[in-house]
Structure formats: C-alpha cells, structure tokens
Design a protein around this ligand. Structure first.
Ligand SMILES: [Mn+2]
Length: 420
C-alpha cells in the first residue's frame, strides 16, 4: 500500500511539478489506495472521484503567472497613496506578489496570505475573513500618506517591505485536503532566504483555526521540528484528540502538531482560555505535556500585567523561533463579535495590542496567523476594524525589531509622556 500524499495527488492529476510538490508529506497518516472493507457496523467513507476534471483544479496555479514581466512585487494602485476608503483592496493597499521569485526580487520581509478554510468547525463564514480585511473599514492612510504608529512612532510600511501574497488554495469541502496545499504554500514563502540569513515572514489571515496545523508544520519543515514555539491566543485549547473521527478540524490543530512531533507541548504558550472547554482531564493532559497555559482564571487572580509579563518572559526562553497563532475569540466579543465561537470574558484590545506588538518586537517571530474572523456575523464593522489593528500591531513589532527597538516594552519617549 502506498501512502497517498499531496505529491501523489498533484502528479497523478494535474501534472503540477514544482519541486516542493514532490516532497511527500511524511506525517500524513497512511491511507490505503482503495478503501478497505469497513468493519462490521461501520459505514465506509465515500471515496473521492479521481476522474473529476475539477478534482485538483482549485490548487492548480496559473502557468502564465510570471510571463511577460520582471519578477518582483507589483504595485496595482493608480495613486501614490490615500485614505482607508480608497485604493484597490489588497491587504493595507500593499503591492501584490504571486511567486517566490517575486519575494526574492523584492527582498520582501513579510508576505500576507489569505486562507479561506471554513469547513473545520461547522461555523461557516471565516472564508470571508481575508477579503473583509482587504476592504477594511479602517480610515488609516496608506502609501505615501501612511503615518507612524503613535505608541512607538514606527511606520512598518516604511521600515519593511510587505506584500499581499494573494490566497492559498482551498478545497471548500475538505479540510483534510486543504491543509496539505496550505502547508506547501506557507513553506514556499518561508523557504525564501536572503544572503543575510533572514527569511520571509508569512502572515496568514484565515479562515478557521484548522490552519494552525499546516501553518506551523510548514515552518517546522523549514526551521526544523522542535525549533518553533507557538504562542497561542484563544478562548479554547484546540487540542481535541477526538472529533467524530476526523484528525483535523478547528478544534484539533494543537493535538496534531504535538502528536506528529512538530512542536513539543512545553513549547506551547496559551493565553485567554475560558468558558466551558476543555474538561478537567484535558487540563491534566496539558500539564503532562508541559504546556504553559494562562487562562482567564489566572488573570482573575493575578491581574493582567503579571500574566502578560510571564508570557513575554516565557516566549524569550525559547525555542529560537516563534509563531503567533491568534484566534480572535481570545479577545472579548465586545470587541470581536464576528467570530464562530465567541466566548464572553476575554481580553480587551488594550490588553491584546501591546502584548502582540511586544512579542513581535522582543522575540524572533517567524510567522503569524489571525484566524476565526467571520465578518458577516458582525452586523457592524467592529470586528474587522479591531482585526485590522491587531495585524498592524504585529507589523509594528516586526518593524521595531528590524530597527533594533527590542528593549523591554519600548514606547516612544515623545508620545508616552508630555514632559511637563
Ligand atoms: Mn481556536
């Protein structure tokens, strides 16, 4: 029996033959080529139709993507800059990049990618997250009109080269198939290395939280298993072992990453847990795995500042590389109502913004994801506005790091105090 890998899919079906597509996804659980007879009393899973001409079309990249142009970021805006209300909607009205060669030629620091998984929880609507952010209701100016972030007086759009990398492939009916395609694409981005040794930082805008599995696995493909720690902001622990027979869903990425050895439990730092999930047994398991968890019960006892300081300190303890997985439901639904599993009693934006900014400035963050943004579940624009700002805080932090502003909790002397 041959394990069915993404490589087998692409080679057999669409003739895609990029080097990375040949790399077998070695952690994919072996699947028989043909369904084995189901044990008595178990219904067989309906197999896929390999002869369907649309079988792999969703992941087939246009062959003329780089034709007739020099590689590099493409500025698609007519004007030099403007306000949030105008411009062609890319992430922050940034230039686009379509291939890894565009990232190389543009010496890109950060590539922002949309990913549209919303099959992983049954709470459909996260597929609209990336384009809601591209059309963000923030009035904040862009391009030649862009200004510095007031707390730090750092303008990430001046300090960094950032692009909108378009969207990841998505089989809208299958998380199981989509995760491998996302992993390849994120790996493509993070594999771009410059002579300085720096690599492109992928930022993934989801999409549901099943994305954490391919996003982190792609980074451990590049940086090595065990070398990437995860700061996981979430109301929920997302480490379920059993979900109706599925191995991946928005409640399971943490379990998958631990089970497959990408990230040991001790390198998970969780922030914001509350509500009614998980149970006591799961907390015992998390302790056994060495998780460092900071539920809202801890905030209730100690207050926010000591907890935030612990998170920053733990992040600095290693490993060398850090990924931030930000489920927006970590933040209170007062600020983020447009999400699939809102949970009252969460972080405020005033707590979350500085923590994300500081983590990105003071630790070696090699990737970031913002997930569970369901814009149409919010009758207003609050969720997208706050998600936009959260992403900006991350970009400000990465820019601070590039400028060397990595001291503990740096704030601009000019704006933090009036000196009177
Ligand atoms: Mn989550």
């Amino acid at each position: 029996m041959r394990p069915r890998t993404a490589a087998a899919f692409t080679l057999a079906c669409c003739g895609l033959s990029t080097a990375l597509a040949q790399v077998p996804l070695d952690d994919t659980p072996d699947r028989p080529e043909e369904s084995a007879p189901a044990p008595e009393g178990v219904e067989p899973v309906i197999p896929l139709n390999l002869d369907d001409p649309t079988f792999d079309l969703w992941r087939k990249v246009r062959e003329d993507l780089a034709e007739g142009r020099e590689p590099g970021p493409i500025n698609i805006q007519r004007f030099y800059g403007g306000g949030g209300w105008n411009g062609i909607p890319t992430f922050f009205k940034l230039p686009i990049a379509l291939t890894p060669m565009d990232l190389v030629a543009g010496e890109v620091d950060v590539a922002i990618l949309g990913a549209h998984t919303d099959m992983g929880g049954g709470y459909r609507g996260a597929a609209w997250g990336p384009n809601a952010l591209r059309a963000s209701p923030s009035y904040t100016t862009w391009g030649a009109f862009s200004q510095a972030h007031m707390h730090t007086m750092v303008n990430p759009f001046e300090e960094l080269t950032i692009v909108d990398y378009g969207d990841a492939p998505n089989d809208m009916l299958s998380t199981e198939r989509t995760v491998h395609a996302v992993r390849e694409m994120v790996r493509d981005i993070a594999s771009v290395e410059f002579p300085s040794g720096e690599r492109v930082i992928p930022i993934i805008v989801g999409g549901d939280h099943s994305l954490m599995y391919p996003d982190v696995a792609a980074l451990t493909d590049v940086y090595g298993k065990g070398n990437v720690g995860v700061i996981h902001f979430d109301a929920h622990y997302d480490a379920s072992k059993y979900v109706m027979g599925h191995l991946i869903s928005h409640g399971q990425p943490v379990y998958r990453l631990i089970d497959e050895g990408h990230v040991p439990g001790k390198n998970f730092i969780q922030v914001g847990l509350r509500g009614y999930y998980p149970d006591a047994e799961s907390f015992e398991w998390m302790r056994e795995q060495g998780f460092r968890y900071h539920p809202m019960a801890e905030v209730e006892r100690r207050g926010w500042i000591p907890v935030m300081d612990d998170v920053i300190r733990e992040a600095k303890e290693g490993p060398e590389y850090l990924f931030i997985s930000f489920d927006i439901d970590a933040i209170d639904p007062a600020f983020m109502p447009g999400t699939g599993t809102p949970e009252p009693g969460g972080l405020t934006t005033r707590e979350a913004f500085p923590l994300v900014r500081r983590l990105c400035a003071e630790s070696n963050v090699v990737g970031f994801e913002l997930v569970e943004l369901l814009p149409y579940r919010d009758p207003g624009y609050t969720t997208v506005l706050n998600a936009d700002r959260l992403l900006r805080e991350c970009l400000v932090g990465i820019a601070m790091r590039k400028k060397g502003l990595t001291e503990e909790h740096y704030l601009s002397p000019l704006t933090v105090d009036d000196a009177q």
